[in-house]
Design a protein around this ligand. Structure first.
Ligand SMILES: [Zn+2]
Length: 151
């Protein structure tokens, strides 16, 4: 998969996280608010349907939304805050991350096994994920043997 931060902030990301300690799981959708520069993201959590939970500002920080029906102390909001605090080193925390089979950037269903593996379609992958430094992006591309152009 592409780096977790890039996936989550792709624009139309849907994913599930599971706590390895408790087995608790939550499914989130993170969508970029259209035409925001610097980007602003809305975080929703799946209950009986997706419900607004909070926002991620361009600095990558998650804040619980005042307009959310959930309380800021609710586990799904706490878990999302934890996820974003550890997003660059998720392998060091007891969380399993399951991407959906939809492109994290455009939300279209992925069918190519490589794309499903990456979490992003080829058109969207090409030079359009912007949350890494050029150096990180290059290292990642070398590791995964795909073209991941700098922007
Ligand atoms: Zn796409």
């Amino acid at each position: 998969m592409i780096p977790f931060r890039d996936y989550i902030l792709g624009g139309h990301a849907t994913f599930t996280i599971v706590s390895r300690n408790t087995g608790t799981r939550f499914t989130y959708r993170v969508q970029q608010k259209p035409d925001t520069n610097p980007p602003l993201y809305f975080v929703s959590v799946l209950g009986s349907r997706y419900e607004f939970l909070g926002i991620i500002s361009h600095d990558g920080r998650y804040r619980h939304g005042r307009k959310s029906d959930y309380d800021a102390t609710t586990p799904c909001s706490q878990a999302f805050g934890y996820l974003m605090r550890h997003v660059d080193h998720l392998d060091t925390v007891p969380i399993d991350f399951y991407p959906s089979t939809k492109c994290c950037r455009c939300g279209k269903t992925l069918t190519n096994p490589t794309s499903i593996d990456l979490g992003i379609g080829p058109d969207c992958l090409e030079g359009k994920v912007m949350h890494l430094t050029d150096r990180q992006r290059m290292q990642w591309a070398l590791r995964h043997e795909v073209t991941y152009e700098t922007v």
